[in-house]
Design a protein around this ligand. Structure first.
Ligand SMILES: C[S@@+](CC[C@H](N)C(=O)[O-])C[C@H]1O[C@@H](n2cnc3c(N)ncnc32)[C@H](O)[C@@H]1O
Length: 235
């Protein structure tokens, strides 16, 4: 399949095989494409989870585990679980320093294998653009988080300001596919990135989707000139 978006039925397999093929280079490409900002954003995600002392955090679509590892570094008192449906991404994560006893659970974000109310927060970083049903994925995160806990979503978005929108468009449509063709054995992966970003709801619409699945007090802010959005909702 070429780089355009797969149908909702094809999407899970397309996404899984794309991340399986890029797993070993994923962290390196991420640092490069986000100009080294990705780790700073992950710290913000952990803070936004507002975990209680001794609480539990689920990182959905954890990939190579960077949010989960950041959470453990900042909050050693918290029990962190990383889940993802791409085995190869988690293999890279498992080999990282500090991940020796981090549980990686192979699971679909649309069907999480955890009982209701079993976490104090659920978070995701750059996952939601990839799922075939955004509402269903938020509903699952809401289900596994106890009342009063948080659901936090970090995702790429399109800037609202025209000038930044143009620059963003050039960067994601022209430069990113070239960088990825240079670094990756699967350049489709990084032309899928701009295509999936264009198709993804803008921040106010994403906030409405979160509210529609029962999350309360949904707020959002944008980072890096409006190219990344952080959404926070309460169960
Ligand atoms: C862009 S990576 C993000 C990884 C990590 N959260 C980070 O911040 O770097 C997206 C991850 O979401 C996972 N993913 C996509 N759709 C999924 C689904 N339906 N269920 C579980 N994981 C999924 C992919 O396997 C991939 O590891």
């Amino acid at each position: 399949m070429s780089a355009s978006l797969p149908s909702p039925e094809e999407k899970p397999e397309f996404v899984r095989s794309m991340f399986a093929a890029t797993a070993r280079r994923y962290d390196r490409m991420n640092r490069l494409i986000t100009l080294g900002q990705d780790q700073t954003w992950r710290r913000l995600v952990v803070e936004a989870c507002q975990l209680p002392r001794g609480g539990a955090l689920l990182d959905v679509g954890a990939g190579t585990g960077d949010i989960a590892l950041e959470a453990r570094k900042r909050r050693p008192d918290v029990r962190v679980v990383a889940s993802d449906f791409t085995h190869e991404m988690m293999l890279v994560g498992r080999a990282k320093a500090g991940a020796e006893d981090l549980p990686f659970v192979e699971a679909d974000a649309l069907k999480l294998p955890f009982p209701a109310d079993s976490f104090d927060a659920a978070c995701s970083g750059f996952l939601m653009r990839n799922v075939s049903d955004v509402s269903a994925a938020f509903a699952e995160q809401r289900r596994v988080v106890r009342p009063g806990g948080r659901v936090v979503c970090l995702e790429i978005t399109r800037p609202a300001t025209p000038i930044w929108r143009e620059i963003f468009h050039f960067y994601f449509h022209r430069l990113v596919p070239r960088i990825s063709a240079w670094l990756s054995s699967n350049p489709d992966a990084y032309s899928y990135l701009p295509a999936s970003t264009l198709a993804f709801p803008r921040p106010p619409e994403l906030a409405r989707i979160m509210t529609s699945v029962g999350l309360r007090d949904v707020t959002h802010r944008t980072l890096m000139l409006g190219t990344v959005a952080l959404h926070i909702g309460t169960v």
